[in-house]
Ligand binder design. Structure first.
Ligand code: NAD
Ligand code: LMR
Length: 331
């Protein structure tokens, strides 16, 4: 007999969720579990979710359980196992007469959303709920939400899997391997242009990708900026921020949390620091993670960082600290 999982998705009438929601129900992301879904939107557009619901009904998904929609997040949160917090404003748009250029420009616009949602998750979500923040600036939004929840047993994550998938794609072209062969692709720090995609610790067939590439000039001048700036490149080309790749990354994060991590691998997401790798406690920082047999998610603590890597990682940590300072009234 299959078990059930209750999943809450915010921003359910947006771009990312149009790709994401159907694939929660297809029997792959949650295995054979039946998925009870609650879609959440703001009052102005919540009625559009009637159309999304119709499409889901018309798709004959094998693992679809109950599907509801609402503009009341606290109602949605009751006994939920998973929260996918996508609902927020993307960059690349004009907001109050000003073009939003950097994800951090969204701090004051989106940050407040996560106070109320965090409180409701702490109060009504399952005690072992997992929360994936996709809305930008994802790390600091997750910090705000986790702080508001007042609960330590829930797992708050900010999404860096998209950066990980981007890095794997660049590496697979460079060293001529398949994407599946690239393992241990760690994204350290913030989901922002300061993130550090760690090519030295990434491996292909048990060899360090850094050694295989053996070209630090290419790493510094091509690899890092390509991955760090890929979100902007997509916005410039598409006129809208990444959506289908962001949805895929959210699904990959869920799959990584729902299944024990394979030997010699890890997955990427940002979680609260407990001081690991010298990161100030509480910051939501990109780390190498693994899911244990009992379903808990742990930081992998024995990765060595070169001086080059430490220098880059420190820049991202400093940025996370300055973002925390900028939202201290919300904490
Ligand atoms: P979108 O504008 O298409 O959709 C966002 C939706 O969120 C809208 O329908 C809006 O009504 C809804 N919303 C806003 N406030 C809400 C609230 N309080 N509760 C519920 N719903 C709410 O935007 P999108 O392209 O889907 O992007 C969503 C967010 O994801 C943006 O912040 C974007 O920057 C971010 N993003 C993050 C990553 C990542 O890797 N972490 C990748 C891509 C996009
Ligand atoms: C991305 O990395 O594609 C998203 O964070 C969207 C953005 O603003 O870059």
């Amino acid at each position: 007999m299959s078990s059930r999982v209750k999943v809450v998705v915010t921003g359910a009438a947006g771009q990312i969720t149009y790709s994401l929601i159907p694939r929660l129900l297809d029997g792959k992301t949650f295995g054979n579990k039946i998925v009870d879904l609650v879609m959440v939107e703001i009052p102005q557009v919540v009625s559009k979710l009637e159309g999304v619901l119709m499409e889901l009904e018309d798709s004959s998904f094998p693992n679809m359980g109950s599907v509801e929609y609402t503009d009341n997040f606290a109602d949605a949160a009751k006994d939920a196992d998973w929260f996918l917090l996508v609902g927020s404003i993307p960059r690349g748009i004009v907001y109050e007469g000003k073009k939003i250029e950097e994800r951090s420009d969204l701090l004051r616009i989106n940050g407040g959303i996560f106070v109320n949602q965090g409180e409701a998750i702490g109060k009504y979500g399952k005690k072992d709920a997992k929360i994936l923040v996709v809305g930008n600036p994802a790390n600091t939004n997750a910090l705000i939400g986790q702080n508001a929840s007042g609960v330590n047993s829930q797992l708050w994550m900010a999404m860096t899997m998209l950066d990980c998938n981007r890095a794997k794609s660049v590496i697979s072209k460079k060293v001529q391997c398949s994407i599946e062969e690239v393992k241990k692709m760690i994204i350290w720090g913030n989901h922002s242009p300061t993130m550090y995609p760690d090519i030295e610790n990434a491996i292909v067939n048990n060899s360090s990708v850094g050694s295989l590439v053996n070209d630090m000039e290419w790493v510094d001048k091509t690899f890092l900026p390509t991955v760090q700036q890929r979100g902007k490149a997509v916005i410039d080309a598409r006129g809208a921020s990444s959506a289908t790749s962001a949805a895929k990354a959210a699904l990959d994060t869920i799959i990584a949390c729902e299944n024990p991590t394979g030997d010699g691998d890890c997955f990427s997401a940002a979680v609260a620091s407990d001081g690991a790798y010298g990161v100030p406690e509480g910051l939501i920082c990109g780390y190498p993670l693994m899911t244990m047999e009992d379903g808990s998610v742990e930081i992998i603590r024995d990765i060595s960082l070169s001086n080059f890597a430490k220098e880059k990682f420190d820049i991202s940590i400093a940025e996370l600290e300055s973002e925390r300072e900028a939202v201290k009234d919300l904490l």
